[in-house]
Design a protein around this ligand. Sequence first.
Ligand code: C5P
Length: 225
Amino acid sequence: VRKPIIAIDGPAGAGKSTVTRQVAKALNLTYLDTGAMYRGIAWLVLKSGIPVEDESAIAELVSQADLEFIFPSNDQPPQIIINGENVTHAIRTPQVTALVSPISAYPVVRQKLVSYQQELGKLGGIVAEGRDIGTNVFPDADVKIFLTASVQERARRRLIDFQAQGQDNIDIQQLERDIEQRDYQDSHRTLAPLRQASDAMELNTDGLTIEDVVNKIIHLYKMNE
Ligand code: C5P
């Protein structure tokens, strides 16, 4: 039998990455960051210079790409390697972030990454984070969480992240607009849009600490055992 799977979906900036990483560590499961995989493809398109509208050229590019996604079972960060180049850090730039929603809407991109994700999850033992994990990638996950927070709260958290990286010239209203735009694009695409699975538990994290959220998820998981 396969080991357990926890699916954590939700909009940009709800705290999924931090929470998922800590849940995986506490339960000794592997952390599967599917957003990093879509970012890897967006990075590849950006680097190629192919316009984002050119679906057939992007399909060709993606079908020929050598994709390597390494999700260590210890506390190490995932490694994203595209055509032999380690892009683990390069996928976090604002340029990649702006491109990832339109790129991830293409069927060819989703098919390739979803089958990769399902292969990685075949034996279970993972906490997977994304937009379509509970609805599409692992519909039989043992625990499904839909993590949300208000746009204002999510923008505030992003601002704190940027400030921690020494960037002080960030406009919070712009952050709110970027978050709303990405939410809109992710939830209005045709293929596997962002939405809460009917059997997912919604967790609004406004006013909760990371520790509160992690503990709630661990509690749900233990009740399910
Ligand atoms: O989670 P993260 O912000 O890194 O995700 C980046 C983008 O990748 C999302 O805005 C979304 O467009 C796409 N994505 C997706 N399906 C997933 C995970 C991410 O479409 N399962």
